[in-house]
Design a protein around this ligand. Structure first.
Ligand SMILES: C[S@@+](CC[C@H](N)C(=O)[O-])C[C@H]1O[C@@H](n2cnc3c(N)ncnc32)[C@H](O)[C@@H]1O
Length: 273
């Protein structure tokens, strides 16, 4: 079967996905070890029997609902590839807003930053690689997630510290930046039962108190761990902006603002002490 024929038949099989064409290209990229531009240059190249069988198997699993990132074992974030497993959240493009907020707000000089609930390491490793002068710590409560972050740090050549722990409990600081994309989905939200999200760890997604429990704990712990002028930056749900702004203000944070994500929804709230 030719590359263009394989992609066409996969797209037809993946109509239940919101992104059938992209999914087909990413899966074929995994089978052939090529990036997507190769398919446009060589549409007439033939898949051999093994390649065709593996591609058809991956398409079948995708059609049954498995996330593409679990089938390819990776996801791109802030221009780099991160290994993803079933133990980690699949990094989202909207979380790049968090990275951009930090890069735009803090200076490119030596400072101490911590990424709480690092998962694959997407946020903290992006910061460490964009700002080699920063000393970045990555933490997570999940040993399995932290192992993935460690592998990603090695593969990407980032120098960071990794620590397992419950938010800021085991960290004395002080930090110039505390950054986190914590679980913030209401456990009763029906979206948790739909699409790719069903395959991600519930502990990475849902938080009690209508999704606010972890945001509250981190905000309460952060104030004492920041240097004077240090920043707290939190990702949250599109409908949590005003609650998180009030939370930060109640804990004495100043210049509290919210940034929008790629779709223009409230996504990241930040303030300094
Ligand atoms: C929404 S995921 C974010 C993952 C990654 N930072 C990203 O943006 O792709 C939340 C992460 O917080 C971790 N987590 C949950 N509860 C925690 C706790 N009490 N202390 C530290 N990390 C926790 C989860 O294991 C998960 O990796």
């Amino acid at each position: 079967m030719r590359i263009d024929e394989a992609l066409r038949s996969a797209r037809d099989a993946l109509t239940a996905s919101p992104t059938p064409r992209l999914d087909a290209e990413l899966l074929l990229g995994r089978v052939l070890g090529r990036d997507r531009s190769y398919f446009y240059t060589w549409p007439e190249k033939q898949l051999d029997g093994d390649q065709q069988r593996l591609f058809e198997l991956l398409v079948k699993r995708r059609a049954a609902g498995e996330p593409v990132a679990h089938l390819t074992g990776e996801r791109e974030f802030y221009g780099r590839r991160f290994v993803v497993t079933a133990a980690t959240l699949i990094p989202r493009p909207d979380t790049e807003t968090l990275v951009e907020a930090a890069l735009e707000t803090l200076p490119d000089t030596p400072l101490r930053a911590v990424d709480l609930g690092t998962g694959t390491g997407a946020v903290g490793l992006s910061l460490a690689l964009e700002r080699p002068a920063w000393r970045v710590t990555l933490t997570d409560a999940s040993a399995a997630a932290l192992a993935v972050a460690r592998d990603n740090a090695e593969a990407l050549g980032a120098t960071v510290s990794l620590l397992r722990g419950d938010w800021l409990e085991a960290l004395a600081g002080p930090f110039d930046l505390i950054i986190s994309n914590p679980p913030y989905v209401d456990p009763d939200d029906h979206h948790l039962e739909q699409g790719d999200v069903r395959h991600e760890p519930r502990s990475a997604l849902a938080a009690h108190d209508r999704g606010l429990a972890d945001l509250r704990v981190i905000t309460a712990q952060a104030r004492e761990r920041l240097v004077e002028g240090g920043w707290l930056m939190l990702e949250h749900g599109h409908d949590q902006g005003s609650l998180v702004r009030r939370l930060l203000a109640d804990h004495g944070f100043q210049d509290v603002t919210t940034r929008g994500d790629l779709g223009g929804n409230d996504r990241v709230t930040l303030g300094h002490v």
